[in-house]
Design a protein around this ligand. Structure first.
Ligand code: F6R
Length: 238
């Protein structure tokens, strides 16, 4: 894995946004894998600026998000579809028909997950996948466990994740206990993965990525097996 160390969050966001924009400029119909959470907010902000400046055009882009809580209403301001509209989709010219995100309102989650993988496979995987990392080492909602899901599936969130994500909800009780999450196969379909890690709080988990071992108790450590991963970290993560 290549590592780029940035001075701060602003610089990390600019480097990541430039990588995404360059991908789209070199292949306008790129398939971009998107993450939610605090980490990529600055990246999306920069991408919106780049779009407004005419540097990047999303009209032919297809997007695949990593995950969505389940169940959750689309108009819940903590749903990931709401987050994506608020931070990116409503501000750029991406076509609604080309946005893919697991449906938190679906009635048949197993079918929703199977269809999601089928769509991703049909399009040939993602060209570029943005990832964040949980404090517990999860990527998407592939949580630490003895065995990890390959397919997109309904996953139970761990107590660590529920606690970490409760910062966005009024109380921890409101955090949905499950999610629909892309599995390792979908994540690894990416031709290039950009893993963004920011802040002191992620220093311990970032260190584990580079300790020369793999463990399903740190799902992100498996990224060491992917041929093209760029980890963009802030200097306080070191
Ligand atoms: C979000 C996702 C998660 C987050 C991770 C880090 O779509 O898949 O894996 O990337 O929980 O979240 P933040 O950036 O809020 O620390």
């Amino acid at each position: 894995m290549k590592k780029i160390v940035c001075a701060n969050y602003e610089e990390m966001s600019a480097v990541a946004a430039y990588a995404v924009a360059s991908q789209i400029r070199s292949k306008p119909n790129s398939v971009i894998g998107l993450a939610t959470g605090s980490t990529p907010v600055g990246t999306y902000k920069k991408l919106v600026e780049m779009y407004k400046d005419g540097f990047v055009d999303f009209s032919k882009v297809t997007s695949f998000n990593l995950d969505e809580y389940y169940p959750i209403k689309h108009d819940n301001d903590q749903s990931y579809i709401y987050f994506m509209k608020d931070n990116l989709f409503n501000h750029v010219n991406i076509s609604a028909a080309q946005i893919n995100i697991p449906d938190g309102e679906c009635s048949d989650p197993a079918k929703e997950c199977a269809d999601y993988d089928a769509r991703l496979e049909k399009i040939g995987g993602t060209d570029l996948q943005i990832l964040g990392i949980g404090n517990n080492g999860h990527i998407a909602f592939v949580e630490p466990a003895e065995s990890l899901p390959l397919a997109t599936s309904v996953v139970k969130l761990t107590e660590d994740t529920i606690e970490a994500n409760s910062r966005f909800f009024k109380t921890a009780d409101e955090v949905p206990r499950e999610a629909l999450s892309m599995g390792l196969k979908g994540i690894f379909s990416a031709k290039h993965i950009l893993l963004l890690i920011s802040g002191k709080g992620k220093a311990a988990i970032a260190k584990k990525l580079f300790d020369g071992t793999l463990s399903t108790s740190v799902p992100a450590s498996l990224l060491n097996l992917h041929p093209n991963v760029t980890v963009i970290v802030t200097s306080d993560t070191q």
